[in-house]
Write a protein that binds this ligand. Structure first.
Ligand code: UDP
Ligand code: MG
Length: 311
């Protein structure tokens, strides 16, 4: 079917949320006459999430499911869903209904108008502590520089055209950060805004330790900025060495600057060397990820009459 929408729902210990989520999503899509399939990816839950999916699937052929052997994380669940999807476009949405499914018809309408990526952007972040807010601001500041786009209100709630899905699936890197990669692949992009809702039931699946790991993992897989730190410190150290050197020359060898001069000179040179090494490590890392050099979204003038969206 050429206009089939695949809705992908990563679910980790969401047994009580699966049926209400399915009912709400399918209800919204039926009301808007959008043909769909609903794919739950159980990310190694221990609470019978997959049983709930199996029960739904038995009564409704639009519902499909896959279950991981253990908890691999939300990104892995999203990518598994994308690779199972048969739709001409895919929507990814959280199982706890913090992303309102009522926005999907709006996203779908934009897709019908020719947009290939429709980003769900948060107009409000919902209830978050001050510390959490400060942490996310710093994290997204760094990620935005890495991705070359302002990502501060990005979410995992988005619609991707088949060409964008295939481009994402063709990336060979292991450490994938869906939120940033979906904008890295490019394509004609539109945005819809939404208010983050209260969690339907249960608690967030992110502990502070898991969030920290997630942040470090994503910063290192999307940004080489931390590699620049030694070079920066080295440069500062060398400037200070010059200041101390000049002061020592003026005041004589008895001044404390005469002691600090060689310390900062050596420290600066070592840090700068580390920075240069870091630069090459960054290059090796970029190559190891084997991202495509470019992604073509359309061709024209193909003699074989195969002009189409390609990726
Ligand atoms: N999730 C997942 N694997 C995990 C953690 C979360 O698939 O290891 C799913 C979870 O079931 C939900 C979505 O990712 O559908 C968002 O998780 P959560 O609501 O816990 O995160 P928050 O909204 O608090 O950022
Ligand atoms: Mg949530």
């Amino acid at each position: 079917m050429t206009d089939l929408l695949s809705v992908i729902v990563p679910a980790y210990n969401e047994a009580e949320n699966v049926a209400p989520a399915a009912e709400r999503i399918l209800g919204v899509l039926a009301a808007a006459s959008i043909p769909c399939e609903l794919i739950f990816v159980d990310d190694g839950s221990q609470d019978g999430t997959f049983d709930a999916v199996a029960e739904l699937s038995a009564g409704d052929e639009r519902v499909r499911g896959a279950s991981f052997s253990r908890n691999f994380g939300k990104e892995a669940a999203i990518f598994a869903g994308l690779s199972l999807a048969k739709g001409a476009c895919c929507v990814t949405i959280d199982c706890d209904m913090q992303h309102p499914p009522e926005k999907i018809p709006e996203m779908y309408a934009l897709w019908r108008q020719g947009y290939q990526v429709v980003e769900g952007r948060k107009s409000s972040r919902g209830a978050e502590s001050g510390l959490h807010r400060a942490f996310t601001r710093a994290f997204y500041g760094m990620m935005s520089r890495g991705a070359g786009a302002d990502m501060s209100d990005y979410s995992d709630f988005k619609l991707l055209d088949r060409s964008a899905v295939d481009s994402l699936l063709s990336l060979k890197e292991r450490g994938v950060f869906y939120r940033a990669l979906s904008s890295w692949v490019g394509f004609r992009t539109a945005c819809v805004t939404f208010d983050v809702q209260e969690r339907q039931s249960g608690a967030t699946k992110w502990s502070t330790a898991k969030l920290f790991r997630y942040a470090v993992n994503n910063i290192t897989s999307f940004s080489n900025a931390p590699l620049v730190i030694p070079a920066l410190l080295g440069a500062i150290s060398l400037v200070l060495a010059v200041v101390f050197g000049v002061t020592a020359a003026v005041k004589g060898t008895g001044s404390y600057c005469a002691v600090l001069f060689p310390v900062f000179l050596m420290g600066g040179l070592i840090l700068l060397s580390l920075g240069i090494l870091g630069y090459y490590v960054g290059k090796v890392y970029d190559e190891a990820r084997m991202r495509p050099r470019y992604i073509i979204s359309r061709t024209i003038g193909d003699k074989n009459g195969k002009d189409q969206i390609v990726s």
